[in-house]
Design a protein around this ligand. Structure first.
Ligand code: M6R
Length: 615
């Protein structure tokens, strides 16, 4: 939540920071602001609303210029979204200015102390408390900014990624992180600060990612100095060369990132299995699994922790792993797991799934599992993210940047990685015959072209969307491997269209949700031709008798359901356990078109943020 950007160098800082905030707007978009050093003083513009609102506010200023600055796009935690609560925040003297992503949990006690010492506050934020604490320490102890920040951070409890500068020393920015991501882009005589690399990727491929409890002083014409906040020890900066490019983080002719990302899935799935699924050799190669095969083979059970869409991918994985590897799997919401004193030990393997690799609840669940002795394996998309570093081993999904708040390609690539893992373990464990194993490899390799085929149903999904866009409620039903797809379909619809939707295992319908069905209720049913087919057909009959409107996702050539349903969308035949990779696509498209028709902000739906780095 919240995106932060900073710049110090020879360029005009405003356009760099503004563009950076636009790229980070997926992290939060309640309000935005930028502070610059104009060569004389700190100038500030901030406003409730989107980065575009900030841009139009700045366009009315006579000038807004400087080579040093910090900017922020907010997802409100403390204090409603308004101009005063927007970042950056000044200290009382006006000398120091800060941007902050995270929560200072003990801000209230600190604020009381500062008020006693004469400080005043113009916002309700925890961030304004932090900048005044830094100022108080700086003044009373006559410390340099970096040192004062360090002393202050040792007094705060909570999470932060911050960037601070001082008008009296306008050649440096002090940054620090604990629990919220912070990257430093290293250019020639210039530095960029950001929550992720997207704001600076067009200027430099070299980045340093701060670890938790580290801070850095980024000073012009000097190497970056990184220290541990607690014990003051120096850390040598590790400069990574990033592989992402500008094209990947732009819309490339699509109206929305979400649509671009839906259409990127054939390519993304291929990137996920490239170099891992080796058809000619008839093997699956995954370093993170090979290196820890003993642990996987001896595990008593696998516990999957995740949130939201990643949790749905975990649920698909439960079905796949239990089916192929014959090891018990439990899937837990990370937010519940972290607080419920779970029974877990060194014979358990925890798989943490997260697109962003920054989700606070998932991170906390990982820490708990590690404390209890479990081996933790991460499945992340964002390279270098906190979760990818906090886990013992892992596998990246390689989906490329996902900017739309609604996860699409993250879901299908997570399922792809988890399927590869299941197949590899099944082979090693001998729970699958060689012929069957090979059959799965061959079929998995064809999935990208089958997804391509499903994407051709876009126009049909749009037509169906136009019929049901005004519905107040939707039901999504699926069974077996496709039950989690029903949950995911419902989540996609509610988060971007704000239409209430529920996902259910089809057979559960008669235990309650059937009461909701009447002629106004659209019901998306995944009715592909597998084991439960006949039973799902019976469920469809039950819906039809109650006049519900049926949108069925069926296997190509299915005539039985076509005769019953109001609309059918066909997907090519595949193995049952791979079918979620196909059946989820029409549901993504349906949600997308409904949301567009309702005039929703598809890529930045209200109240949501792409990576949820607070509890
Ligand atoms: O980055 P993560 O995969 O850890 O994020 C988890 C959820 O916040 C995320 O999947 C969320 O549910 C998406 N908005 C769903 O589209």
């Amino acid at each position: 939540m919240c995106g932060i950007v900073g710049y110090i160098g020879h360029r005009e800082a405003y356009p760099v920071i503004l563009k950076g905030l636009q790229r980070l707007e997926y992290r939060g978009y309640d309000s935005a602001g930028i502070a610059l050093y104009d060569g004389n003083e700190i100038i500030l513009s901030k406003t409730k609303g989107k980065v575009a609102d900030l841009e139009s506010k700045v366009s009315n200023l006579p000038s807004f210029s400087g080579n040093l600055g910090i900017g922020h796009t907010r997802w409100a935690t403390h204090g409603v979204p308004n101009d005063e609560n927007s970042h950056p925040h000044f200290s009382n003297s006006g000398d120091l200015v800060i941007i902050h992503n995270g929560i200072i949990e003990n801000y209230s006690a600190l604020k009381k102390e500062l008020i006693k010492r004469g400080y005043t506050f113009s916002s309700d934020t925890d961030t304004e408390v932090l900048i005044n604490l830094i100022e108080d320490i700086q003044k009373n102890s006559n410390l340099k900014l970096g040192k004062a920040v360090q002393v202050a951070l040792n007094q705060v409890v909570g999470a932060y990624a911050i960037a601070v500068f001082d008008v009296k020393k306008p050649n440096e920015i002090v940054v620090a992180r604990l629990g919220s991501p912070l990257a430093i882009g290293v250019g020639e005589n210039e530095f960029f600060i950001a929550s992720d690399a997207s704001p600076f990727i067009e200027y430099t491929n070299n980045a340093v990612y701060l670890e938790d409890e580290e801070m850095a002083v980024v000073r012009l014409k000097k190497p970056i100095k990184i220290r541990k906040i607690k014990d003051d020890s120096l850390v040598s900066p590790y400069i990574q060369e990033l592989k992402i490019n500008l094209e990947q983080i732009e819309k490339g002719g699509y109206d929305h990132f979400m649509l671009k990302e839906i259409f990127e899935q054939p390519h993304a799935i291929k990137d996920t299995y490239r170099g891992r699924l080796l058809i000619d050799e008839g093997i699956i190669k995954m370093a993170g699994i090979e290196d820890n095969m003993g642990k996987f083979l001896n595990a008593n059970r696998i516990i999957i922790v995740a949130c939201g869409t990643s949790w749905h991918a975990g649920l698909v994985a439960e079905y796949i792993i239990e089916d192929l590897v014959r090891v018990p799997v439990e899937v837990e919401y990370a937010s519940e797991f972290r607080y419920r004193n779970p029974v877990i030990n060194d014979k358990d393997i925890v798989i943490a799934i997260s697109q962003s690799g920054e989700t606070a609840d998932t991170l906390a669940a990982i820490k708990l599992a590690k404390e209890k002795g479990a081996f933790v394996f991460g499945v992340c998309n964002v390279v270098g993210s906190t979760i990818s570093r906090e886990t013992h081993a892992g596998a990246y999904t390689h989906a490329g940047p996902e900017i739309g708040v609604a996860s699409t390609k993250a879901f299908t690539t997570q399922i792809t990685v988890l399927t590869l893992i299941a197949l590899r373990l099944a082979k090693a464990k001998g729970t699958m015959s060689s012929t069957d194993f090979r059959r799965h490899l061959v079929e998995l390799e064809t999935i990208p072209e089958k997804v391509e085929e499903v994407l051709k149903s876009d126009a049909l999904s749009k037509e169906i969307a136009s019929i049901y866009k005004d519905a107040k409620n939707f039901l999504y039903l699926g069974r077996g491997f496709n039950f989690p797809v029903a949950l995911e379909g419902a989540l996609k619809l509610k988060e971007i269209s704000y239409i209430h939707a529920e996902g259910y295992p089809a057979a559960e319908m008669k235990h309650g949700p059937i009461a909701l069905i009447d002629e106004n209720m659209p019901i998306a049913v995944i009715a592909t031709k597998y084991g439960h087919y006949e039973k799902v057909v019976s469920n469809i009959q039950e819906i039809k008798s109650r006049k519900g409107k049926i949108i069925a996702v069926v296997t190509k050539g299915d005539e039985q359901v076509r005769d019953l349903a109001d609309h059918v969308i066909e997907v090519p035949e595949t193995l049952e356990l791979l079918s979620p990779l196909l059946t989820t696509i029409p549901l993504q498209l349906l949600s997308y078109h409904i949301a567009v028709m309702l005039g929703r902000n598809v890529d930045q739906p209200r109240n949501l943020a792409k990576s949820v780095t607070v509890e």
